[in-house]
Design a protein around this ligand. Structure first.
Ligand code: NI
Length: 189
């Protein structure tokens, strides 16, 4: 109990409070992060806290605006997630100042949820294939192609950073459902 190390380590990790729908921060477009700021200890700690918070609430992605910081930062990770069973794995990714361009016109519809809109799912059309540019957590330039569920999560998070939520992307709200009703009435999961 004398070793202060675990305490220090613990003190660095924080579960952040997630803003819920109606909080104006979710409708605030996020500011770009200066590249020089990415490597700063405060920003690195904030990234760690975002990852801890995403995992705590079993999210597959989290945007900084959702934890009351209107900065262009999102984290994502898909790994055997109970909230999204059967989805292809996406390794932990940190995207600073992400920008996306659809690679073609192909779209697909699937269920989507959001930690800021608890207990609800709705079907949302999204582009299938994207080119993504961003800075990684070291401030280095990233460029990659994302497809399917990975592309969906990125579009969802980039929307957050522009002040949008997935409800804004639903052309038809009739699929909105609580989770309990989803498993009860909707077989197409
Ligand atoms: Ni969300």
């Amino acid at each position: 109990m004398k070793d202060p190390k675990p305490l220090c380590y613990q003190a660095r990790m924080a579960i952040l409070k997630v803003a819920r729908l109606g909080n104006p921060v979710l409708r605030t477009p996020a500011r770009e992060v200066p590249a020089a700021e990415v490597n700063q200890p405060d920003f690195q700690r904030f990234i760690d806290d975002m990852v801890t918070t995403m995992r705590e609430y079993q999210g597959v992605g989290l945007a900084a605006v959702q934890v009351h910081e209107p900065r262009q930062l999102a984290v994502l990770e898909v790994a055997d997630n109970a909230r999204y069973p059967g989805k292809a794995a996406v390794p932990l990714s940190v995207l600073v100042n992400p920008a996306i361009v659809p690679l073609d016109d192909k779209t697909e519809e699937d269920w989507e949820g959001c930690l800021s809109i608890p207990e609800i799912r709705g079907r949302v059309p999204r582009y299938k294939n994207l080119r993504v540019t961003a800075l990684d957590r070291e401030g280095k330039e990233l460029e990659f192609v994302a497809s399917g569920f990975h592309a969906r999560v990125i579009q969802h998070e980039v929307d957050h950073l522009r002040g949008h939520v997935y409800l804004d992307r639903m052309p038809d709200l009739s699929t909105l459902t609580y989770l309990t009703e989803l498993s009860r009435y909707w077989t197409d999961r």
